[in-house]
Design a protein around this ligand. Structure first.
Ligand SMILES: [Ca+2]
Ligand SMILES: [Ca+2]
Length: 97
């Protein structure tokens, strides 16, 4: 498998672990989302995780507005996190060659 496929597999596994905790097993409730964030965000984004952060994130991710985050919507979180990690304090990428 390619690195991308491995990453995608890990993301899907992670989603399933937390989505199965309560209610609909194919969706993350607000509580499940908060648990996932608090357990998995140990880097620079982790310190921002609190009730208001979870509310804001849920609002951004929940595109069909059913109050929960399905796998498709969860993909948006990966994008937001990628932006958060790569964009911290830097204007752009530097090329090594
Ligand atoms: Ca659930
Ligand atoms: Ca939703």
């Amino acid at each position: 498998m390619s690195q991308l496929e491995l990453v995608l597999g890990s993301v899907i596994d992670l989603f399933r672990i937390y989505a199965e905790l309560e209610g609909d097993r194919t969706k993350l409730s607000r509580g499940e989302l908060q648990r996932l964030l608090q357990a998995e965000l140990t880097g620079p984004l982790g310190k921002d995780v609190g009730p208001s952060f979870v509310d804001e994130l849920l609002h951004m991710l929940d595109t069909n507005q059913d109050g929960e985050v399905d796998l498709k919507e969860f993909g948006g979180l990966i994008g937001i996190m990628a932006m958060g990690y790569s964009g911290k304090g830097k204007g752009g990428r530097t090329h090594s060659h």
